[in-house]
Design a protein around this ligand. Structure first.
Ligand code: SAH
Ligand code: DHB
Ligand code: MG
Length: 227
């Protein structure tokens, strides 16, 4: 039994307990993780209960159109796309061709290829292209690529959403390193600049939730576009 007063060692066990209750066995998602491991992709997809949370948020707002920045093997993308109606759409941005290839096979395996589009290339280029083609506003944006670009991803997300849209951003705590104002780490600088943009933004309501579990100690930002 994990110690009650030592949260750390219990995190993974409690996550496993939670996912046992609310996620259960999922052959498709198991295969996604297996394929990612086999292709030696970094194990940085969201935890199962976070995937379920993304799905729940998307369903809560009846999302029909979702943008994801950072595809990897398609794990979070499958959770998001499963929230869509059959004529809904997930556009997911990935610069790494190998990651995109693994993800493409996984979206097919999940029976979601008809509603998922992977756009290959640097996300900043794909975001500019989406704005250029005047893509209809997305109902939900999930930001989960490189952290140095977070401020830019937020600015593009504002251009590509409407009042009522949600923007969810992964990895905003980074083991507590977000507190280090003197850091020279561009990822942490990116998170801090992102937080400064969010804080007191006239068009945005945000809170951040710290997360623990198999993915360590981190957090997500949940932002509502209001005006
Ligand atoms: N959302 C995924 C995990 C994404 S990991 C999940 O939870 O399942 C981050 C991904 O972003 C990696 O695949 C990486 O190749 C990609 N990435 C990093 N920087 C990028 C950039 N500038 N443009 C597009 N993709 C990028
Ligand atoms: C990293 C990126 C992620 O999106 C994540 O969830 C964990 C780690 C990384 O780049 O190290
Ligand atoms: Mg992440």
């Amino acid at each position: 039994m994990p110690e009650r007063d030592e949260a750390g060692p219990a995190w993974a066990e409690v996550e496993s307990y939670i996912t046992g209750l609310f996620v259960g066995n999922d052959a498709v998602l198991d295969e996604v993780l297996r394929s990612a491991k086999e292709a030696q992709l970094p194990p940085i997809e969201v935890a199962p209960n976070m995937g379920a949370f993304l799905n729940l948020l998307a369903r809560t707002i009846n999302a029909r159109s979702i943008l994801e920045i950072g595809t990897l093997a398609g794990y979070s993308g499958i959770w998001l796309a499963r929230a869509l109606p059959s004529d809904g759409r997930l556009i997911t941005l990935e610069r790494n061709e190998r990651h995109a290839g693994v993800a493409r096979a996984n979206f097919e395996r999940a029976g979601l290829a008809d509603r998922v589009e992977i756009r290959l290339g640097p996300a900043l280029d794909s975001l500019a292209a989406l704005a250029e083609e005047r893509h209809d506003p997305f109902d939900l944006v999930f930001i989960d690529a490189d952290k140095a670009s977070l401020p830019a991803y937020l600015e593009w997300s504002l251009k590509l959403t409407r009042p009522g849209s949600l923007i969810v951003t992964d990895n905003v705590v980074r083991g507590g390193r977000v507190l280090d104002a003197e850091t020279t780490d561009p990822d942490i600088q990116g998170v801090r600049a992102f937080n400064e943009l969010l804080s007191g933004h006239p068009r945005l309501v945000t809170t951040e939730i710290q997360t623990v579990g198999t993915k360590g100690y981190d957090g997500i930002a949940v932002t509502l576009v209001t005006g």
